[in-house]
Design a protein around this ligand. Structure first.
Ligand code: 0A1
Ligand code: ZN
Length: 885
């Protein structure tokens, strides 16, 4: 694969840094073909480190112009330099290291370190990008106060930003200018940021609970000034929510957000200067869907919340990444739940967890929430670290209850303010504040794999007793053949004919506090445990894992009637939705069997009836009904089939399409009524109520368009008249998925002509086409690679076209001739030398090669082809190495 095998880094080998940094002074001189970075590092030997340990500075792709200690230039034999490290064996115990490096941001295509996005300079330093700027102890446990000076051409870069608070700008000779920034809060290099460009801003203010007035600014290109209002509202809501919910106050006079077009991830929480992918901050009703509005709100909140969970208290080393990410995702999820529909937010999060995280946990890249080793940390910004990490924090919240959890978080922030700590410190603060023993719970941090929960119930009518037996197991994952039983909080209710039954556990049975007498949280801690409920007057249907109280798979032998009962009468919205999904899975599995056996397809009438009842009931929450009408995704069905002898993508696709058509024709009138019922003349607002109504209405439209010409006409008229992007895109999607070629091509052409100037809309247009289940989708995608709307250098465009094709178009990606796999590998081959992070991320669908019946070898062949490239980045190497092992 490559000559020198990349080094594996182990958590157990952590050593404290040899030197600490008291202060960092940086000067950036920005020019059109290079930049010069001068640093002065005020270093002091770490009293906790070995007294003879060398000073190590990370550095990559740097031209060293000067290196001096305490004003004296170092002779070449006083330091050692290789591709990654500059080592000074004998540095004084206290000294100032001065270093000048030349870098080329204009040529930096990796979008890590200092780079150019369109006309502006910007940075991305997490996790290890700072080392591409200058020689530095680039590790999160080395924290210092930063003083930053930026010098650049005044006309081209009138705005010069960094972390903290600015001093007044100074004019320099030759049309240049200079701004100095001081950040009083010690921080690691990964939170450093710099931006220089011709930017404009929207401004607002926030008065904190402590009476501090904070200036809030969102910097964008001038053309985007009218797309900032929602992000600004979201920021203000987040600041208020964090004060009210966690007692966390903002700690600088200014909070800046900058939007950039070329960005590898969603956004970055640099102290006082958050940098956002423009797709995660810019919004306007005519160009942004409801999902887009919700995403912006959630990501603005996520980055803002990092100011405490990540910045004030940061990670000791990158194995602890979930310390900040899991906690912050939990915080942003609760914020979104409070701002919108709690049930729908939970449904969306659980769907992501089940489709993406459970798949990761069952595949070659499986790793614990706190990994033990990695080759390239950029590969570990995963759904396991983020989403499973958030579930782990949520379980602590469930086990402790909201009040003790809050005491735990207060203690954590107070005890560790200004420190770089580990997941262990978080758990210990929770234990210390609550008195709850979390020893066994810690296994959630160290064991990979999705635990499997098998439940069975026994009702004894004579004794009016219901016994629930729970058994847990956890599959083997790479490097972890045996697992110990974990603490699993199982929230539940018991459903009777007239609603949820009162719960009374038999004496001496452990059970969590109850909010009311129909809800319990059981703590499963052994491999098998039985819980006995008394005074149960009828045979109940157990409503298990309410709110998805643990990230596990659950098996319980529900009858179809049980699932219908849960769908229509259970108090917990998540369980209602989950019952609809289980029923759909059952029906889909029957359909697949019938298709495979070439026999007639018969759809379970109770399922159709239950869906009809949902559609006919105007009192139900439309957002939840929409989610219940959404059949499980093909990718998820493939994951489930993988464990049962391999997925047949074509049968899965056919079965799902057939079931959707059956539902569409069985309920054509109900869909039409419901669609009409939800028509509104209210002006657009991204409120939970309107979002819910649009979501159900567009779900109805999709089924109607699937059912035939009349529905397609309705979609066309919605497409022609819609005044917001949610309705317009939904209509386009309905036409693109179900319409005849001519209608589809005309709508796509019209959409492009209307929005050619709006990159973010054009990206949606790419995505719709990449995901069309039409026979020539692959050829269309290949043609789009050469379209002016596409640019392989821009990660958003790569994700929209290639990401959508390989993740959201299973029948075409898994084409029998293997061309889908070849297309993906072609792109990865082109991208790896330019942007290894994106190249490695794109690989994910190919790593699942073991899951596909009749296709695995072709997928593996493309992985092997990539492994044979003459040079392979560390990022791609690690994924290939694990996927092929
Ligand atoms: N900490 C950011 C995510 C992030 C990680 C890496 C990046 O560049 C490689 C960029 C952003 C967050 O959680 O939002
Ligand atoms: Zn984050």
């Amino acid at each position: 694969m490559r000559d020198a095998q990349p080094k594996v880094i182990y958590r157990k080998e952590y050593q404290v840094p040899a030197f600490l940094l008291e202060r960092t002074e940086l000067t950036f001189e920005l020019f059109e073909d290079h930049a010069v970075v001068t640093s002065q590092l005020h270093l002091r030997r770490n009293p906790e480190a070995d007294s003879g340990a060398a000073l190590e500075l990370n550095g990559q792709e740097l031209e060293l112009l000067e290196i001096a200690i305490d004003g004296r230039e170092l002779a070449p034999d006083e330091y050692h330099r290789d591709d990654e490290l500059l080592t000074i064996a004998r540095a004084p115990a206290q000294c100032v290291l001065r270093c000048r490096t030349r870098i080329h941001p204009q040529d930096n295509t990796s979008l890590e370190g200092l780079y150019k996005s369109r006309t502006m300079f910007c940075t991305q330093c997490e996790a290890e990008g700072f080392r591409k700027i200058t020689y530095f102890p680039d590790r999160p446990d080395v924290m210092s106060v930063f003083d930053v000076t930026i010098e650049a051409d005044q006309a081209l870069y009138p705005v010069l930003l960094s972390n903290g608070n600015p001093a007044p700008p100074e004019a320099l000779a030759n049309g240049r200018h200079r701004v100095r920034w001081h950040d009083p809060h010690p921080k690691p290099a990964y939170l450093f940021a710099l931006v220089a460009g011709d930017l404009h801003y929207v401004e607002d203010r926030f008065r904190t609970c402590g009476g501090r007035d904070v200036t809030l600014r969102i910097y964008v290109e001038e053309k985007d000034l009218d797309k900032c209002a929602h992000a600004m509202d979201s920021l203000i809501q987040s600041m208020r929510w964090d004060e009210e919910t966690y007692g966390r106050e903002y700690d600088l006079d200014i909070f800046n957000i900058v939007a950039v077009d070329d960005f590898n991830m969603g956004a970055m929480e640099n102290k006082g200067l958050n940098i956002f992918n423009s797709s995660c901050v810019l919004c306007r009703p005519d160009i942004t869907t409801d999902a887009g509005f919700e995403r912006v709100q959630a990501i603005v909140a996520h980055e803002y919340f990092h100011n405490w969970s990540g910045n004030r208290v940061t990670c000791r080393d990158w194995f602890q990444l979930s310390l900040k990410e899991g906690f912050t995702v939990f915080r942003d999820a609760e914020f979104s739940a409070d701002m919108g529909s709690r049930t729908v937010k939970r449904i969306e999060d659980v769907s992501l967890l089940r489709t993406a995280q459970f798949a990761e946990d069952a595949g070659p890249m499986a790793h614990p929430v706190r990994p033990d080793s990695f080759i390239e940390i950029s590969n570990f910004y995963t759904v396991t670290i983020y989403e499973k990490g958030a579930e782990v924090v949520r379980m602590i919240h469930t086990l402790l209850g909201p009040d003790l959890f809050r005491q735990g978080s207060d203690l954590y922030f107070e005890r560790h303010d200004g420190q770089a700590v580990t997941c262990e410190e978080f758990v210990r603060a929770m234990e210390d504040a609550s008195g709850v023993d979390l020893s066994q719970f810690r296994l959630w941090y160290s064991q990979a794999g999705t635990p499997r929960l098998v439940a069975s119930g026994h009702y004894d009518a004579g004794a009016a007793r219901y016994t629930l037996t729970l058994r847990q197991s956890c599959p083997a994952t790479p490097g972890q053949p045996h697992k110990e039983p974990m603490t699993i909080p199982v929230a539940l209710g018991l459903l009777g004919t007239a609603g949820n039954l009162p719960l009374r556990l038999a004496d001496d049975q452990p059970g969590g506090e109850t909010a009311d007498n129909t809800h319990r949280v059981l703590e499963l801690s052994r491999e098998e445990q039985s819980f006995c409920f008394e005074g149960v007057m009828e045979a109940p249907v157990p409503a298990l894992l309410r709110g998805f109280s643990a990230p596990v798979t659950l098996e319980y032998d529900y009858s179809t009637a049980d699932l219908c009962a849960l769908m229509s009468r259970e108090a917990d919205g998540f369980v209602r939705w989950d019952a609809s999904q289980q029923l759909a899975l059952r029906v889909l599995s029957d359909t697949q069997g019938q298709l495979a056996a070439d026999s007639a397809v018969v759809v379970e009438p109770q399922f159709l009836e239950a869906l009809g009842a949902l559609l006919a009931d105007p009192d139900l929450d439309p957002a939840m009904v929409a989610e219940m009408l959404r059949l499980p995704a093909e990718g998820y069905l493939a994951e489930l089939a993988a464990g049962q002898g391999g997925a047949d993508v074509d049968i899965i696709h056919q079965a799902r399409q057939m079931l959707r058509s059956t539902i569409a024709s069985a309920h054509a009138d109900l869909f039409a009524d419901c669609y009409q019922r939800l028509v509104t003349s209210a002006p657009f607002a991204p409120t939970a109520e309107q979002i819910g109504a649009r979501s159900l209405r567009n779900m109805c439209l999709d089924y109607l368009a699937l059912d035939g010409a009349e529905g397609l006409q309705l979609a066309q008229s919605q497409f022609d008249t819609a005044t917001n992007m949610t309705d317009r895109l939904a209509a386009l999607q309905a036409i693109a998925q179900h319409g005849p070629d001519q209608q589809r091509d005309a709508a796509l052409a019209r959409f492009y002509a209307d929005w050619e100037q709006e990159t973010l809309v054009v990206n949606q247009w790419l995505q719709v086409q990449a995901a069309m289940p039409v026979a020539d989708a692959l050829e269309r995608v290949r043609a789009l690679l050469a379209h002016p709307a596409f640019d392989i250098r821009n990660p958003n465009k790569v994700r929209s076209l290639i990401g959508a094709f390989s993740n959201a178009n299973p029948v075409n990606f898994h084409r029998a001739d293997g061309e889908g796999y070849r297309l993906l590998a072609d792109i990865i081959e082109q991208l790896d030398s330019r942007n290894p992070q994106i190249a490695a991320r794109l690989l994910t669908p190919l790593t699942k090669w073991r899951n596909y019946r009749g296709r695995g070898e072709q997928m593996r062949a493309q992985l092997q082809r990539l492994a044979a490239m003459p040079t392979v980045s560390r990022d791609v190497y690690e994924v290939l190495d694990k996927a092929l092992a």
